[in-house]
Design a protein around this ligand. Structure first.
Ligand code: NOJ
Ligand code: CA
Length: 692
């Protein structure tokens, strides 16, 4: 400590509403740490901060050189989403740290909102090394007790897991129950993924995640079940390095959404608020949409395949697909795609996704010359020009599929050609996929290289005015604010698993508290035939849902790119229920979370962005319940009609999933609907003004 320089020992700020207090202090050796209080009780006790790189250590030896504090209160308008206007209101404190001996500098910027905290590390250009290889981030979340945890296992490559509801002390057992994933890189030890949720004995809910993940690896959490501490675990590449940084650099924000009301976790916009404003100047071409797909046929035991032929192409020298023998089980053919286009046109569905249209599917495991798929080479039975003209004539948009088989390196090489091919053939949206082990082989699905790749694909897509729905990409962290052409991502266990053993009803009661905090999910709702199988005849899977619940998912799993996943023939069997899918919007002016408990139930009301209609969705877990739907949000002075799509009294997800009823009732702002939800069931309601 130099004489004459005043040591600032501790600094703090409070949230705009005064509910949160954040303190930052240094240990005697100059290591920074923080605490967070909520309503006069600690939420996070003394927790370490700092980064470790090979070149320089940014963990201790610091003094606080000063702080910059500001208050911000502003609003912004997302291109699409749950709200037409979002308030961004916080107190910010930038804590400037300096090590006098080595001249190292680091700022930790904290933003304290009325719904939680975000903080990040900012590394200015240093007098010392300016290229850092980061091996570890010290960030801790030191919680106050043996809270409930809602989480999935730590994995560098997949997040397609069912959720555990456990506690710190029971976590080892919960993680053991998952076994080992065949392809992916399950992390040994007590590691979980973000976003995850905690609930304290006092009923405080805490969502832990990150915002604006860019140029850095994703963060997992190492859990110590004895001290109730979680520590940042950055996804490394296979050399063991997590991040290669060139200064100046700012890390993603580490985020905590905190409230004693579960509904506030769902309505929180904290993660989006911590992302940069939209970087796309003209967003008029970004259009939320509903779509169907030549897709579910391949998942439902009809023995259909993405591949045109069964001939193994991995033989050297076989490159001419017209010479292959068609297997006759390839739904991505011109005639069948026309059938989907006709159905979409008839029912006003905006788009049709086609999977299995291009060369490469026969070679899934072959990695022939490290190139598998060609994104401008349709199979012989898929006539691109004919379908382009047919879709255009019918007013339906075709959506292209780019399955990369995780060969991201090759996808980057083909990207411009692929996007130009899309534009030439009138495609505005692409679904990307990364199934398998990543190429470059040094990388994981969530390592820094793949985070960079994902952003590169989104930026290039924006150059071509292409909207993206990515599967198996790094989990979302609100970057869709900055790049609103990133309409949706999968990045969790989606509806496709209904044909592979099923998703328990509770699954969609936890995703909105966790996965959805990063951005919309392509969950693929709309399943009407709930018995089916990916594995073939006689191996039926029972979906964990009633039919009415599938309609409610359009409200509880909001996405601007929303699928109607089932087959046209299944919608034709239930035309009155399908009407709701036709009607329900995918873009909202306002949202009101009415009831919520993680893993149990969610009731939400949303106002259409393009009309005065309100829509309500209510879902429950495997226990039936009565939702209390308080319609006091309806504007006064009007009378309304509610069309209710509900479970029949004897409906049950397992035994009687397709028993539903549709009724209309008159409602007004004071109405409180008592709505029956079957076990694993749900209800979907459209509320319109009564014609005068
Ligand atoms: C996994 C994706 O999640 C699914 O939607 C897709 O159909 C298959 N990969 C094939 O690409
Ligand atoms: Ca997937």
């Amino acid at each position: 400590m130099l004489a004459g320089i005043m040591q600032i020992a501790a600094v703090s700020i409070t949230s705009p509403d005064g509910n949160f207090v954040l303190r930052v202090e240094l240990t005697p050796s100059g290591a920074p740490y923080y605490t967070l209080d909520y309503k006069n009780k600690p939420v996070v006790e003394a927790s370490a901060l700092g980064l470790k790189s090979d070149q320089t250590d940014l963990t201790d030896g610091f003094r606080i050189a000063g702080t910059d504090t500001i208050t911000v209160d502003r609003t912004w308008e997302p291109v699409w989403g749950e709200y037409s206007t979002i308030r961004d209101n916080f107190k910010e404190m930038a804590v400037n740290l300096i090590d006098e001996d080595s001249q190292r500098e680091m700022t930790i910027r904290f933003r304290l909102f009325n719904d939680g905290l975000g903080f990040r590390y900012e590394l200015p250009v240093q007098k010392g090394p300016n290229h850092l290889t980061v091996k570890d981030e010290l960030t801790e979340f030191n919680f106050t007790g043996n809270h409930k945890l809602y989480c999935i296992p730590g994995d560098y490559d997949t997040d397609e897991y069912l959720w555990s509801e456990t506690t710190f002390t029971d976590l080892p057992e919960a993680l053991e129950s998952y076994g080992k994933h065949s392809e992916a890189q399950r992390v040994e030890g007590l590691t979980i993924q973000t976003p995850m949720l905690l609930k304290t004995d006092d009923g405080v809910y805490i969502n832990v995640h990150e915002a604006a993940l860019d140029g850095y690896p994703a963060m997992l959490l190492d859990v110590d079940p004895e001290t109730y501490t979680m520590k940042s675990h950055l996804v490394p590449d296979r050399l063991g390095v997590s991040a290669y940084l060139e200064l100046p650099f700012s890390t993603p924000w580490r985020t905590l959404i905190v409230s004693d009301d579960a509904r506030d976790i769902l309505s929180s916009q904290l993660v989006l608020n911590l992302n940069e404003p939209c970087k796309i100047e003209d967003t008029s071409w970004i259009k939320p949409m509903k779509f169907m797909g030549v897709w579910w046929e391949m998942f439902t035991g009809y023995q259909k395949t993405w591949a045109y032929s069964d001939d193994p192409l991995a033989k050297p020298g076989v490159t001419d697909y017209t010479k292959l023998t068609p297997n006759g089980r390839h739904p991505a053919n011109t005639e069948n795609v026309k059938r989907y286009i006709d159905f979409a046109a008839k029912h006003g569905v905006d788009g049709v996704l086609v999977e299995g249209w291009n060369e490469g599917w026969e070679d899934w495991a072959g990695y022939r010359k490290n190139r598998q798929f060609l994104f401008d080479k349709p199979y012989p039975d898929f006539n691109v020009e004919e379908l382009r003209d047919y879709a255009k004539e019918k007013g339906v948009k075709l959506i292209m599929h780019h399955e990369t088989a995780a060969n991201a390196a090759d996808y980057e090489l083909q990207l411009d050609r692929a996007f130009q091919f899309m534009k030439d053939n009138n495609y505005d949206a692409v679904k990307t996929g990364y199934v398998g082990a990543i190429i470059p082989r040094s990388e994981h699905h969530t390592s820094q290289w793949m985070v960079d790749h994902a952003r590169n694909v989104i930026e290039r897509a924006a150059d071509y005015q292409i909207m993206v729905d990515s599967h198996e990409a790094p989990r979302p962290t609100g970057l869709c604010r900055t790049y609103p052409n990133w309409l949706a991502q999968e990045s969790a266990r989606g509806g496709e698993f209904e044909s592979m053993g099923g998703n328990p009803p509770s699954h969609t009661c936890i995703l909105p508290f966790t996965r959805l905090k990063g951005g919309p999910m392509d969950y693929t709702p709309g399943l009407f035939e709930t018995k089916m199988s990916y594995y073939g005849e006689g191996k039926d899977s029972q979906a964990g849902t009633t039919l009415a619940r599938q309609l409610a998912l359009y409200l509880t799993m909001p996405s601007p790119m929303q699928m109607a996943c089932d087959l046209p023939e299944n919608y034709e069997r239930f035309p009155d229920a399908f009407q709701f899918i036709k009607d329900v919007p995918v873009d909202w002016a306002d949202s009101k979370y009415l009831e919520a408990e993680p893993n149990r139930y969610i009731t939400v009301a949303r106002l259409d962005k393009n009309s005065d209609d309100w829509y309500v969705g209510a879902i429950t877990d495997e226990n039936g319940r009565t939702a209390e739907i308080d319609l006091s949000f309806l504007p006064a002075g009007e009378k309304y009609v509610a069309t209710i799509y509900e479970d029949a009294p004897d409906a049950h997800w397992k035994d009687n999933p397709q028993a539903y009823r549709i009724r209309t009732v008159k409602v007004k702002p004071g109405t409180k609907l008592k709505q029956n939800l079957a076990p694993g069931g749900g209800a979907a309601i459209r509320i319109s003004k009564e014609p005068k």
